[in-house]
Design a protein around this ligand. Structure first.
Ligand code: 3HC
Length: 287
């Protein structure tokens, strides 16, 4: 199997930026695309900061950090012309099924043999792949976790039409990036969010029903279950709107109301308290 030397990452947000950084650090040439110039500048700034910190901590030499930065091309464009020059495409745009379907239809036209991976956390791979028509066998789920430079897992999800070759190349890329690929099937929430989100949702119920204060719920789960963050802190980190969205996918996809988002979680979202990204969710964060 030919080595993957260059990738295109579409979407320069937290996930896309993290994926680009990890790939470049692993020696892979990366082009990261985002139609919003602000997003590209922010992504470049974050890479500079995180790589400088890695050098300060002695985890990387200055030469390696410079080489990693030199492997990343930042493109503030929506045009997909560059995808045909790469070996592999990873999509990390907004979590909206229609927007992703439209993009995959365009990607299918713009590519011939490249793997078209999506970093979706909850949208059906089979549904996204259907938009790619004849290229559906090249579409796969490649679900990274936040913060991407730290988290080891890549959940690899095959759609109905995904070929064995696509799966093997995706596993090879994840491994080359220093991650551990683990397979899951294309069912709502895959494995990670099928298990994690109900846990987070239950923590909101525990808070709503007065079982304990939010800080105490988190402390109990951290010290009692060895979780690095309590479930409510983690919900803020993920984004409370994202948590509601994933619970909706589970409830609708599994046709079971036990997955409905907790009313208190929905209320915080309605109030605009989305977590870290708005400075306030369950907890308050300084600037
Ligand atoms: N980017 C890069 N590196 C980061 C980082 C970031 N955004 N945030 C933290 N780090 C690094 C730090 O530099 C530090 O590195 P070092 O050990 O080399 O010095 C290391 O991570 C630990 O960081 P801190 O000491 O600042 O803080 P913590 O020890 O509290 O760790 C944490 C922070 C890694 C975020 C840890 O709390 C954690 O693992 N939390 C759980 C994260 C998690 O569950 N993520 C999955 C979310 S679900 C998801 O993404 C799926 C989606 O579909 C919803």
């Amino acid at each position: 199997m030919a080595e993957i030397r260059s990738i295109v990452v579409i979407g320069a947000g937290q996930m896309g930026g993290g994926i680009a950084q990890v790939a470049a650090t692993a020696g892979i040439a990366v082009k990261v695309l985002d139609a919003f110039p602000g997003a590209i500048d922010k992504c470049r700034g974050l890479h500079d900061k995180l790589l400088a910190r890695a050098v300060e901590k002695g985890k990387m030499t200055q030469g390696d950090a410079d080489a990693a930065k030199g492997r990343i091309g930042y493109l503030p464009i929506a045009s997909l012309d560059v995808v045909s020059e790469s070996d592999f495409v990873i999509e990390a745009i907004v979590e909206d099924a229609k927007v992703k379907r439209d993009l995959f239809a365009q990607l299918a036209n713009a590519t011939r043999a490249q793997i078209l991976a999506t970093n979706t956390s909850s949208i059906s791979i089979t549904e996204i792949a259907a938009a790619a028509g004849d290229a559906a066998d090249r579409v796969i789920g490649m679900h990274f976790f936040n913060p991407v430079p730290v988290m080891k897992l890549v959940e690899v999800i095959k759609g109905l039409a995904t070929s064995e070759k696509t799966t093997l190349r995706t596993i090879a890329l994840a491994t080359a990036m220093g991650k551990t690929p683990v397979p899951a099937n294309d069912r709502p929430g895959f494995v990670s969010n099928r298990v994690l989100m109900p846990l987070i949702n239950e923590a909101f119920y525990a808070w709503m029903e007065g079982v304990a204060e939010p800080a105490h719920i988190d402390e109990i789960m951290k010290l009692g279950c060895n979780h690095p963050m309590g479930p409510l802190r983690l919900a803020d980190f993920i984004g409370l709107d994202t948590c509601v969205h994933i619970m909706d996918v589970l409830a609708d996809g599994l046709n079971n109301d036990r997955y409905r988002a907790c009313p208190l979680l929905k209320q915080l979202v309605a109030a605009g308290r989305l977590g870290d990204k708005t400075g306030r969710g369950v907890f308050e964060y300084g600037k």
